[in-house]
Design a binder for this molecule. Structure first.
Ligand code: PLP
Length: 395
């Protein structure tokens, strides 16, 4: 009988007991709003911001309602004006163009390479062509571009970089923590990222004015002095009355759940990567299947796995996806005509002006993606790889 995978691609691990206890404590005292504290109390949200800033080695940190919200206020805090072009990866998730549009920007897509990272030649060309002053760099699915080369290009052109680190919270490039190279780094704590509060986001920066504007935007009223990883109070003097309140704060319940998970993240990262390596080992040397090369300078945290089937037609890929699915292996294909689940593409975002991205289109036509939840065992990863190998080999 053919091997089958009977596990689940979307089942995350339970919230750790310490996090549950912390959440229950918040519910027992009832002060869920970050600015609702008693004398001498430091809100869970503020503690999370301090701990996340320390984890990243960042000066300032702000906890917000979602990763997409962090991206959007990051652009506004950096001074975007209505109609400004904002460069971003042509392969990214829907919240990224959504955040650009929401901040009044105009997404301009930059081609990717077969390693699923930004094409730096196309980046240079599009900076020159559009005169864009913002790049929202999406480390999509945790693949890091050569950050040294990228920052050399953007610095020379006076382009501000906002990093979308939804999949790189625990990652680094050449020892520099992901999100620390740009002006702002944005993170998501949505269930399928590296720490899980259902929804949530974090923003880091070393720029006091950007931080003060982001804090006012997030809805801090005049209570920003309670932020212990926030900008110095004097920074707010010129900003506080000129910046709209677009409420998107994080609450103490989510922060309480996240703090113990943040402490566990380095160990969890290793567990994710063991699973990634098991899949990679099982799919190495499979004919017509291309693995994504991971550079030595990249430390990634692999909560998902991608590979390319560049030689097959759309119908052949459909056959492979269906055959894997029948054996319990859910592959997401970015080449289908219609987006399914989270597989929308640049041409699915019809509020953006249509753009020609032939290289990205060719790569996405053969791109398969799957989640790696930590509930998946190493043996199961080996079984999944075996199933994919057999089905790719039988077409
Ligand atoms: C999840 C994600 C985001 C932000 O997601 P939210 O659901 O808004 O927290 C941004 N970019 C990428 C690439 C993502 O996967």
């Amino acid at each position: 009988m053919a091997l089958k995978f009977t596990g689940d691609f979307t089942q995350q691990e339970p919230i750790p007991e310490a996090a549950i206890d912390a959440a229950v404590a918040v519910m027992r005292h009832g002060r869920l709003h970050r600015y609702n504290t008693v004398d001498g109390e430091i809100a869970e949200t503020v503690l999370l911001e301090q701990e996340f800033a320390a984890f990243k080695g960042a000066k300032y940190c702000l906890a917000v309602a979602s990763g997409g919200y962090a991206l959007s206020i990051a652009l506004r805090a950096c001074g975007i004006q209505h109609g400004d072009p904002v460069l971003t990866n042509a392969f990214t998730l829907a919240p990224v163009p959504g955040a650009i549009q929401g901040a009044g920007g105009r997404p301009v897509f930059v081609e990717i390479t077969p390693d699923l990272i930004l094409d730096l030649n196309d980046l240079s060309a599009k900076i020159a062509f559009t005169g864009a002053k913002f790049l929202m760099l999406s480390h999509m699915r945790g693949h890091l571009v050569d950050m040294d080369a990228l920052i050399a290009i953007t610095d020379a052109a006076g382009v501000q970089v906002i990093e979308d680190c939804a999949h790189t919270m625990g990652a680094n490039w050449n020892g520099i923590s992901s999100g620390r190279s740009g002006v702002v780094g944005c993170y998501s704590t949505q269930t399928f990222k590296h720490i899980n509060s259902g929804e949530g986001g974090l923003l880091i920066t070393g720029d006091a004015e950007v931080m003060a504007r982001a804090t006012m935007l997030s809805g801090s009223y005049m209570l920003y002095t309670s932020h212990l990883a926030g900008a110095p109070p004097e920074t707010f003097e010129d900003i506080r009355l000129d910046t709209p309140n677009c409420s998107g704060r994080m609450d103490n319940l989510r922060a309480a759940i996240l703090r113990p998970q943040l402490a566990d993240l380095p160990a969890q990262a290793e567990r994710w990567n063991e699973r990634y390596r098991a899949l990679e080992a099982g799919l190495n040397q499979v004919e017509n299947l291309t693995l994504i090369e991971r550079p030595a300078k990249e430390y990634f945290v692999a909560s998902s796995f991608q590979f390319l089937l560049p030689k097959f037609t759309a119908d052949q890929i459909k056959t492979i996806v269906a055959a894997c699915d029948a054996r319990g292996v859910q592959l997401k294909w970015f080449g289908a005509e219609n987006p399914v689940g989270f597989t929308s593409r640049h041409d699915s975002w019809r509020y953006v002006d249509p753009q020609k991205l032939p290289n990205t289109d060719r790569i996405l036509a053969g791109l398969l993606d799957m989640r790696i939840p930590l509930t998946m065992t190493l043996d199961e990863c080996a079984i999944i790889a075996m199933i994919i190998k057999e089905e790719v080999g039988s077409v």
